[in-house]
Design a protein around this ligand. Structure first.
Ligand code: ASP
Length: 438
């Protein structure tokens, strides 16, 4: 009873407050004069020591659960579907939706970037001294890399696509052995419960983690970098919001026939989580928990679509890349033809498939898109300085796309329980029972 009383505000609200307080605190730290004693002290002790340590520990503790969770729940999910054909159907549908929404995202980004002309006030000249950008993997490398020659290495490296492939084959084998492996199934179920409970436990400190992560970003990123690039940042932001509130809301309303209002109410804390971590991968445990327990999608679908989406489906990243391509072309005064635009849609779709769900990678795979249409790769240096906050925002869009497609596929496969989706208290009991431990 005592413990219950302590928690007056729900976890979701706590995360929400932590984000704003963190941003506010960060801005204040940023405004302290850099050379003054207090400025040096706060940079050293508050930012470099306290915020960095708390933020990094929080991300590490949630990432610690990504691989075990994906492995176990996807094995169980596949085993419960049981046959290759159904698994293939879910996979095929999901892939088509993911690619389609991404292509729409880039198309819209190119359209608005052409209308708004964010780069036309800059006049850049092709220069020597290209930005240091890592090579993006080729498509062939991505395809070959799907199969893990060593599953333990895949697990240790957290190579999500390889873990997915291994878990699906394991799950299918498990299902085909039926009664013989009943005990193993029970054990896996129980491990899955334990991992889920661990997620809930770590989520209890999420407000502190979110505070530290956001405060650090705002303390480090000065506003000065944004001023010359406001039109670029504004365009990316506008298209991200358009995709979120027009495309996704439309898909939810008209394809899945579900209330966008209920969806966002249940999902915004997961979006805030993605925003603070800037990593779709690190958000997987939270997204899966929300989708299964608060929205009612069956594990057999969600355990595949969410990690798969966090790895290959990045509509927000695609939007940044679309706007960036148009922006760089405008800044360097290079005209793109209609064929170039089509090529951008194609390569950026593939580039985001190859973008891992970790901070900042979208900028690296952008080089692949720029090269395809002969734009200067050093143009990336122009937008690097403002990428962190955009990265955070697009990651929130990325995981929303994964979840919307999960709902659509789950519903079409009849693996969706609408009563859970409609129940405002669904999933809350899990949080509360975890809370009673501490
Ligand atoms: N941070 C993004 C994500 O994790 C990827 C990116 O755009 O860099 O979804």
């Amino acid at each position: 009873m005592e413990k219950k009383k302590r928690r007056k505000i729900g976890l979701t609200t706590q995360i929400f407050i932590a984000l704003f307080v963190g941003a506010f605190f960060g801005v204040i730290l940023n405004l302290l004069p850099k050379e003054s004693a207090i400025g040096i002290w706060s940079q050293e002790w508050i930012v470099n020591h306290f915020l960095t340590t708390v933020g990094a520990m929080f991300i590490a503790s949630i990432k610690m659960l990504v691989v075990p969770l994906v492995l176990i729940s996807l094995i169980l999910g596949t085993a419960s579907i049981g046959d290759m054909r159904s698994v293939g159907r879910v996979g095929g549908k999901t892939l088509i939706f993911y690619l389609m929404t991404t292509a729409i995202a880039i198309g819209t980004a190119l359209l608005f970037a052409t209308l708004f002309q964010p780069g036309s006030n800059l006049s850049m000249h092709l220069a020597a001294g290209a930005a240091k950008i890592k090579e993006a993997p080729s498509l062939q490398e991505i395809i070959i890399g799907l199969v893990p020659s060593n599953p333990f290495k895949a697990l240790a490296d957290g190579n999500m696509l390889q873990v997915i492939v291994f878990s699906i084959i394991f799950g299918l084998a498990l299902a085909s052995l039926g009664k013989k492996v009943e005990k193993l199934m029970t054990i896996l179920e129980q491990i899955n419960d334990v991992v889920m409970r661990m997620i809930m436990l770590i989520m209890l400190v999420a407000p502190l983690g979110v505070f530290a992560l956001v405060a650090k970003v705002f303390a480090t990123e000065g506003f000065a970098a944004f001023v010359p690039l406001l039109s670029y940042v504004g365009t990316v932001f506008f298209v991200l919001m358009f995709h979120l509130f027009i495309v996704y809301t439309g898909a939810l309303r008209f394809i899945a026939n579900l209330s966008p209002f209920i969806f966002f109410k249940k999902f915004y804390s997961t979006m805030l989580f993605a925003f603070s971590t800037a990593s779709s991968n690190a958000t997987i445990p939270v997204t899966m928990e929300t989708v299964e327990h608060k929205m009612g999608v069956d594990r057999s679908v969600a355990s595949f679509t969410i990690p798969f989406g966090a790895t290959i489906n990045m509509d927000g990243t695609a939007i940044m890349q679309g706007v960036a391509v148009a922006f760089i072309a405008q800044a360097y005064g290079i005209d793109l033809s209609f064929a170039d635009y089509m090529l951008v849609i194609l390569t950026a779709t593939l580039a985001t498939v190859g973008t891992a769900g970790v901070p900042g990678v979208g900028l690296i795979t952008l080089s692949m898109v720029l090269q395809q249409v002969n734009l200067p790769v050093e143009g990336i240096a122009l937008i690097m300085g403002v990428d962190r906050v955009l990265d955070m925002t697009r990651t929130a869009v990325n995981i929303t796309g994964d979840t919307i497609v999960t709902l659509i596929v789950g519903k079409s496969e009849k693996k969706f329980d609408k009563s859970v989706f409609l129940d405002p208290n669904a999933g809350i009991a899990n949080e509360e029972s975890a809370e009673n431990i501490i």
